[in-house]
Design a protein around this ligand. Structure first.
Ligand code: PMP
Length: 384
């Protein structure tokens, strides 16, 4: 009986992926490994439908953020950070470390950024690039790509999309046209540990043609490991050497990507949409309130405000003792809310159980609720 790791990443890892991870470590130049690596890159290109290049290297999502930023922006150039929470904000010090001039547009926690404010900002000033966090993991707010991509692209800026809490659960098609032929996402970044369902350890970045051209036009990049120019030959032919790839993580990633692609992307996206709706509907019956409105709520995780009088640590500890691990909330929401991930290779059965155990825990803590009704609500909404 495995623990149910329902934090917003890392997410539960299925046995097939653990088996891949535990396989014998081959030489990174062994043709058998090279073909696994090449296959995982091919599948990653399909995931983002990019006609550019993908980079999969040892690291975490933050390294992927840094690779995205430093390869397209030179010191002194201007970046607009659109932030809907803690992870959006992370781009600010990250870019400043590299001497990039940063301005921010912040939404109130739990709200989506106002497209009108973005349009105004971009009409008044020009930026080389704009960062947008597809789902901010601190708030459970999803960015409105349909509204924002055309506004950002109309300004001529490059669009960097942080897909850490979205890739493989929400559509991030890089050749999709958002209203005009060249209104496309230029760069998407993620990590292995969220909706892809692989343990943490890989930074994944997809550069579209305009982003690749921006790197080409740029001089020296302030970092050796992060410079995509050094990685390009390897991603084109993974038999070449630049820095030793994490062989076993690549086995696991390849298996994870096979699982993602086999499910079929549109179906995987619909499953996450349905799961998010069902978790919110079910837990709302306990008096827990999603921070984001239903229209702004992410399919991958929800930040719930506790009902009056529930102690955060006591609740999460008691629940963990029953085998369900959820996460606390960040910054000013700490103690007042919790976050639950509903992404990756998870099942409706898992959530039926987790929702029941959450209800039992609340009841044991003196906040009597009806677990059976909540599970029934979940099953009614999660038609998958
Ligand atoms: N961006 C988002 C949206 C995230 O959720 C996270 C991690 N929670 C990161 C970036 C940073 O990724 P990592 O922790 O893997 O460095």
């Amino acid at each position: 009986n495995k623990e149910m790791l329902l934090i917003p990443g890392p997410t539960p890892v299925v046995d097939e992926i653990y088996e891949a991870l535990a396989a014998e470590t081959w030489a990174h130049t062994d043709p058998r490994f090279v073909s696994v690596f090449a296959n995982s890159l091919k599948l990653t290109k399909q995931l983002f439908n990019t006609d550019g290049e993908v980079f999969v290297i040892a690291g975490s999502g933050t390294l992927a953020m840094e690779m995205a930023v430093v390869n397209v922006l030179a010191p002194g150039e201007k970046l607009l950070v659109i932030s809907q929470g803690y992870f959006g904000d992370r781009f600010v010090p990250l870019a400043q470390t590299h001497g990039i001039q940063v301005e921010t547009l912040q939404a109130e926690w739990g709200q989506q950024v106002d497209p009108g404010a973005v349009a105004d900002k971009l009409a008044r000033e020009s930026f080389k690039a704009v960062t947008l966090t597809h789902v901010d993991t601190s708030t459970g707010v999803v960015a409105d790509l349909a509204a924002l991509v055309p506004i950002i692209k109309r300004s001529g800026a490059l669009l960097i999309l942080d897909g850490v809490c979205a890739a493989a659960a929400l559509d991030e098609d890089m050749q999709k046209e958002y209203g005009a032929p060249d209104y496309k996402i230029d760069l998407v970044l993620t990590g292995s540990q969220k909706a892809i369902g692989v343990p943490p350890g890989l930074a994944i970045v997809a550069f579209g043609p305009r982003a690749l051209a921006a790197r080409e036009a740029r001089g020296l990049v302030g970092g050796y490991y992060v410079d995509i120019k050094n990685w390009l030959p390897i991603m084109e032919n993974p038999g070449r050497y630049y820095a030793t790839p994490p062989v076993n993580m690549i086995y696991a990633f390849n298996r994870g990507m096979e699982i993602v692609m086999k499910e079929d992307l549109p179906r995987r996206y619909r499953r996450h949409e349905a799961l998010g709706k069902a978790v919110r509907a079910a837990l709302s019956t306990y008096g827990m309130k999603p921070l984001a409105s239903e229209q702004a709520a992410a399919p991958t995780l929800t930040c719930f405000l506790y009902p009056e009088g529930v102690d955060d640590l006591a609740f999460r500890r008691a629940l963990a003792a029953k085998g369900v691990v959820i996460a606390g909330a960040l910054a000013s929401l700490a103690g007042k809310a919790f976050r639950i991930g509903h992404m990756g290779n998870v099942t409706g059965e898992m959530f039926s159980q987790a929702i029941r155990l959450m209800g039992e825990t609340l009841t044991e803590m003196g906040h009597a609720v009806n677990s059976e009704a909540a599970v029934a609500k979940f099953r009614e909404v999660y038609q998958f």
